[in-house]
Design a protein around this ligand. Structure first.
Ligand code: BG6
Length: 487
């Protein structure tokens, strides 16, 4: 598909996301010849840089992100030609003329069409102000019928149902819903998109993908790093807002949704919102029994973290989706920082056979598991029991593994590459829609409110490098007892 020539403005261009993800992803697209014929990427931030200084910073970022990769000589410089910079205060409406003038200057010089994408890589407090100031300066609508304006908003999208609704309302008064791209980088991950293909392009899984055959579903994202230098952001966020409300909920949506009739943005997003709306809300007395929160030891001493902080760095929760497909099947979600390993995976535990004939059968959670390894060691494996060679009928669990690395030479793009390209193409399939976001906040809000009331009660400490607080245990999928009929 052809990408329109366009101009991309990156607000917050002196920040971490721009240098670590956005510019490197655009460069990868350039390497793969996926960028439009004419492109201008305009960094915008308060810091005073000349175009040259900004390009030099990005050159360093690219040299770092490209370490160990194959590079054509001079290719980074060729890419940097696309980049320029404008210094202005995005928190002051009266300063936007500088941005407007620079856009016009570049559009004229490069003969670009009237197509502009705004990427808000700024602190979240700016997510409603920047669109408002763009509107006040007449920059939210295209000047020609064939032109367009689009806006990409980073997470966190609100901090509660109320704030997410207010932000949606404001954005939708400035841009059309189809012009708003709410990014959740998990949806850009190749392995996450493959959940849809695995489910909806194979006849063998879907008949089993329901309460008749599935015992439970686990979605786990564990990280080894702590909050690093993001203490200030994280204090206002915590694991629930930082990971569960968006990334893990979206993964759950892909696992639990019905097949859309066609693979297009709206039908697919219609199915996701149906899942979120079917989540069984917790009654307040159920929250502590079904949602465990933890904080790693040493978190309160991290930079910009309060010494009495009650922010959670770990969450494990169990819930149900009250619909015909999933009624009665527990879903377990967990995520945490400073755990023992960096790993994101989804496990579908299938029900056991109605009776156990063999010894060793079903000694774990379930005999048959489908594991989708999102990262690292991206792959899919199916576990089942087979007879151990020799006398008797001793069962051993074996697995059939597919690893992405076996598709050697196939390049696994970074999530941001895919998502940036989609937005440039005008495809919002892998972006979150306002109603889904609101539905997921609606589910999460009572938990956050309950925690706010509880202070540090039921906030469990855990030692860095472990699997999380020991109190997570009752929420884990419990191994089934082995009842063997033949000995
Ligand atoms: C981000 C969170 O959205 O996702 C971070 O803000 C987290 O706290 C990161 O570390 C995890 O992403 P990934 O792609 O490394 O799993």
């Amino acid at each position: 598909e052809k990408v329109d020539s366009q101009l991309i403005v990156i607000f917050g261009a002196s920040g971490d996301l721009t240098g670590r993800k956005l510019i490197p992803s655009l460069y990868e697209l350039h390497k793969r010849d996926l960028l439009p014929e004419k492109l201008c990427v305009m960094g915008a931030a308060r810091t005073e840089y000349t175009d040259e200084e900004f390009r030099n910073i990005q050159r360093e970022n690219l040299e770092h992100s490209q370490k160990g990769k194959e590079l054509k000589p001079g290719d980074i410089d060729a890419f940097l030609e696309h980049i320029c910079y404008v210094s202005f205060d995005s928190g002051k409406s009266s300063d936007y003329y500088k941005l407007k003038d620079r856009i016009t200057e570049k559009q004229t010089a490069l003969n670009l069409p009237d197509k502009v994408m705004y990427y808000l890589a700024t602190p979240p407090q700016m997510y409603d102000l920047i669109p408002q100031y763009l509107q006040e300066n007449g920059m939210n609508v295209a000047a020609t019928p064939e032109g367009w304006r689009r806006v990409i908003i980073e997470k966190p999208f609100g901090t509660s149902l109320e704030t997410a609704r207010a932000l949606n309302k404001k954005l939708m008064s400035i841009f059309d819903e189809k012009e708003i791209y709410r990014i959740d980088h998990y949806l850009g991950k190749e392995t996450v998109q493959n959940i849809l293909v695995l489910r909806f392009s194979n006849g063998i899984f879907e008949p089993l993908w329901n309460r008749n055959y599935v015992d439970s579903v686990e979605i786990k994202v564990s990280e080894t790093l702590g909050v690093e230098n993001r203490g200030k952001y994280y204090e206002g966020s915590g694991a629930m807002r930082d990971m569960i409300q968006n990334h893990l909920m979206q993964l759950m949506g892909f696992i639990a949704m019905e097949s859309p009739a066609v693979f297009e943005a709206e039908p697919l997003r219609d199915e996701i919102v149906k899942v979120f709306r079917s989540l069984r809300p917790y009654k307040s007395a159920e929250i502590d029994l079904n949602v465990v929160r933890g904080q790693y030891e040493g978190y309160r001493q991290e930079p910009q973290v309060s010494p009495t902080s009650t922010t959670e760095t770990y969450v494990a929760m169990k819930f149900f989706i009250d619909n015909w497909r999933w009624g009665g099947v527990p879903f377990y979600l967990s995520t945490g920082k400073k755990l023992d390993e960096k790993k994101s995976e989804i496990v579908i535990n299938f029900k056991s056979t109605p009776n156990q004939l063999f010894s060793g059968q079903c000694s774990g959670t379930s005999c048959n598991k489908l594991t989708i390894a999102i990262q690292p060691n991206e792959g899919i494996s199916l576990q089942f029991g087979l007879k151990m060679p020799g006398a008797g009928f001793e069962v051993k669990q074996v697995s059939m593994d597919f690893k992405y690395e076996s598709l050697s030479k196939v390049y696994l793009p970074d999530a941001y590459e895919r998502l940036l390209l989609d937005a440039m193409l005008g495809d919002s399939t892998l972006y979150a829609r306002s109603d889904a976001l609101e539905a997921s906040w609606k589910f999460i809000d009572p938990i956050l409110a309950h925690w706010k009331e509880s202070g540090d009660q039921n906030l469990y400490p855990y030692t860095p490098g472990t699997k999380g607080p020991k109190e997570r245990k009752p929420l884990k999928v419990l191994p089934r007892p082995c009842i063997c009929y033949s000995k």
